[in-house]
Ligand binder design. Structure first.
Ligand code: ATP
Length: 302
C-alpha cells in the first residue's frame, strides 16, 4: 500500500497558554474521503491549517504528501487544494476570469498523469456555475459563492483537497451535486479529501472514514458503519398496540418485529423501525464528553 497522503502523530497545538490539540494521530490514504467532525472549538480548523502549512504546530510529527508542511515549497503547495471557511476578496473579478488567472499558477506543476490546471469552463460546469461564468464574484449569492470557493480549491487539480465546511449555504440541489462531485473526485481522480462538516448525514454519505475530535483529542476513528456499531443494539422499533404507543431499543430489529407480530398479530399498528445513525453516536459522544468536562470543572472549582 502507498504511504498515507497525510499523517500526524502526537500533534499538539498551544495558543498562548491554552492547549487546543493534545496529541492528535490522524492519517488518510490516497483516494480516501476523511471526515473530521467535532463541536465548535474542538480543533478541526487548527488541525487543517497545520496540515495546509498555514499554522506552525507546537509539537508532534506531520507529513503531508511526504513533506513536513513547515518546509513545504511551491511544488508541494501546488498539489494541495484548499477551501477555507470564508474567503472574501476579489469581488470585482468575474468567475471565469479569476479561475483562469488562478489556474495559471498551477500550469508549471502539471505531470503526464495530472494535467494542471483544470480547464476553466470544464471546472465551472463541474461546480454548476456555467450561467454565472461572467458574473463578478462579489455579485454571486451565498451558495453560488461557496460553489465558486470549491472551484478555486479545485482549479489546480489537487492530489489532496481540504474542505472546511464546504456546503454551508448550499440548497439541497447544490448539496447533492456537491456530494456527487466529491465521490467523482475521490474515485476517478484519486483525490484524497479531508473535510469538516456539522452535517452528520452529509458525513455519513460522503466519508469513507470519520474522525471525531472532542476537546483537541480524537474520541473515535472508523467507518460510519463502525461508529454506528458502537451503539449496536439500539435500533429503535416503535409501534402501537390497542391504542398504546411503545418504543423498544433492540439489537435485532427483524427478530423483534417477527416476535411482535407473533404475539400481537392484528392488534399491532403504526410499526416503524429507525436504524442507528451516525448522528445518534456523535451526539451521545459529545454529551458524554461535555458531562465529563463539567465534572472536571466542578472538581477544579470545589
Ligand atoms: N489564533 C488563535 N489564537 C488563540 N486561540 C485560538 C486561535 N485560533 C483558534 N483558537 C482556539 O482554539 C480552539 C480550537 O479552534 P478551531 O478553530 O480549531 O476549532 P474548530 O473545531 O474548527 O471549530 P468550528 O467548528 O467552530 O470551526 C478554540 O477554542 C479557539 O478559540
Amino acid at each position: 500500500m502507498h504511504p498515507p497522503e497525510f499523517v500526524t502523530s502526537g500533534l499538539r497545538m498551544r495558543y498562548g497558554t491554552t492547549d487546543v490539540l493534545h496529541g492528535v494521530d490522524v492519517h488518510a490514504h490516497r483516494g480516501e474521503v476523511l471526515g473530521l467532525l467535532g463541536p465548535n472549538g474542538a480543533g478541526k480548523t487548527t488541525t487543517i491549517e497545520i496540515l495546509e502549512g498555514f499554522r506552525k504546530r507546537s509539537a508532534g510529527e506531520v507529513r503531508v504528501l511526504g513533506v513536513d508542511p513547515d518546509d513545504g515549497g511551491e511544488p508541494w503547495r501546488a498539489r494541495l487544494g484548499i477551501v477555507l471557511q470564508s474567503w472574501r476578496d476579489h469581488a470585482k473579478w468575474r468567475v471565469r476570469e479569476l479561475l483562469d488567472h488562478l489556474g495559471r499558477y498551477y500550469a508549471p506543476y502539471g505531470t503526464p498523469t495530472r494535467h494542471r490546471p483544470y480547464d476553466a469552463d470544464e471546472l465551472i460546469a463541474l461546480v454548476g456555475l456555467t450561467e454565472h461564468a461572467h458574473t463578478p464574484v462579489g455579485k454571486l449569492s451565498g451558495g453560488q459563492r461557496r460553489r465558486f470557493d470549491v472551484a478555486v480549491g479545485l482549479v489546480g487539480k489537487p492530489d489532496l483537497l481540504f474542505l472546511d465546511e464546504p456546503t454551508v449555504g448550499f440548497d439541497p440541489q447544490a448539496r447533492q451535486d456537491f456530494h456527487e462531485l466529491v465521490h467523482e473526485l475521490a474515485s476517478r481522480e484519486d483525490t484524497t479529501i479531508l473535510l469538516t462538516t456539522h452535517d452528520l448525514d452529509e458525513a455519513e454519505k460522503l466519508c469513507d472514514r470519520i474522525v471525531i475530535l472532542l476537546g483537541g483529542r480524537i474520541a473515535a476513528d472508523g467507518t460510519p458503519a463502525e461508529l454506528a456499531a458502537r451503539v449496536s443494539g439500539k435500533d429503535e422499533v416503535s409501534y402501537r398496540i390497542s391504542g398504546e404507543s411503545y418504543v423498544d431499543s433492540v439489537a435485532d430489529a427483524t427478530a423483534h418485529v417477527r416476535g411482535l407480530f407473533e404475539r400481537h398479530g392484528d392488534a399491532l399498528s403504526e410499526l416503524r423501525v429507525r436504524r442507528v445513525r451516525l448522528e445518534d453516536v456523535y451526539l451521545a459522544m459529545v454529551r458524554e464528553f461535555e458531562s465529563g468536562a463539567r465534572t472536571e470543572l466542578a472538581e477544579v472549582l470545589a
